[in-house]
Ligand binder design. Structure first.
Ligand code: ATP
Length: 240
């Protein structure tokens, strides 16, 4: 495989019914890197993440994570291996408290002291959550729910964090805050695969980027290079 890649995707095909939504893609994520996957509505970005986390079974291809084959494994086994997804639209447990949501993120951890340590780390990172631990998650604003969803994922101490459209539908101030958190996670050498429609911000934060079009990788390269590509500028970054 590629040196330094913790995730190596080869020829991954995913679909629904008779249609393939993701058509044989190759993708690499280096250990400690932030990789952005950008593309229009319906390009297959969410489908790709669902394939990587095992929520959708690969039709063909290979997903090697830290050298082990994940394609065909259950979502449970993939989570145990350290791939954790923050789903599109947050999907927090609305009728549970913030604290209960966070603890759910560590469902694979038995050691109470370890859970406590991780919880404190999340509360340090998201002070807003700490102020309302007993509040129902469903009562939070969209931005706060996104933070809770990210905090819940971090409770699993993921080796690869999959973020699906974290800025979607949020007010500008929250978008800035979410990207600040992604930058902080990057500084800590967390490995992240980020799906975003906000291509500008996604390319700014990333080391490497992939452009997905109708289920195929159209372009990939260093994020700065992708951000300067005329086709990318025309299609995703506004007028050239
Ligand atoms: P978006 O930003 O709108 O989520 P996306 O790039 O994430 O776009 P996907 O959601 O992965 O795109 O969708 C890829 C294709 O698969 C689209 O044609 C979509 O209509 C189709 N698709 C997605 N989910 C399903 C489903 N559950 N059943 C059938 N087709 C689906």
């Amino acid at each position: 495989g590629s040196p330094g890649s913790v995730l190596e995707v080869r020829g991954l095909t995913l679909g629904y019914g008779r249609t393939d939504a993701v058509k044989g893609i190759d993708l690499d994520v280096a250990d400690g890197a932030v990789v952005s996957l950008i593309g229009a509505n319906g390009a297959g970005k969410t489908t790709t993440l669902r394939g990587l986390s095992g929520l959708l079974r690969a039709r063909s291809g290979s997903v090697k994570f830290a050298g082990a084959e994940m394609a065909g494994q259950s979502a449970y086994k993939i989570a145990r291996a350290g791939i954790v997804q923050v789903p599109e639209g947050r999907q927090v447990f609305a009728n549970m408290t913030i604290d209960e949501n966070l603890r759910m993120g560590a469902y694979l951890v038995a050691d109470a002291a370890e859970i406590q340590r991780r919880r404190q780390g999340v509360l340090d990172r998201f002070p807003r959550l700490g102020e309302r631990l007993q509040q129902l998650a469903g009562l939070l604003s969209g931005g706060e729910q996104q933070m809770l969803a990210m905090g819940r994922a971090l409770m699993a101490d993921p080796k690869l964090l999959l973020l699906d459209e974290p800025s979607m539908g949020l007010a500008p101030l929250f978008i800035e805050e979410i990207f600040q958190i992604i930058r902080a996670l990057k500084a800590e050498r967390r490995t992240i695969l980020l799906v975003e429609q906000n291509a500008q911000a996604a390319l700014e934060v990333a080391d490497h980027a992939y452009v997905l079009e109708t289920g195929r990788i159209k372009l990939h390269g260093p994020a700065a290079e992708i951000a300067n590509n005329p086709e990318v500028i025309a299609a995703y970054l506004g007028a050239a």
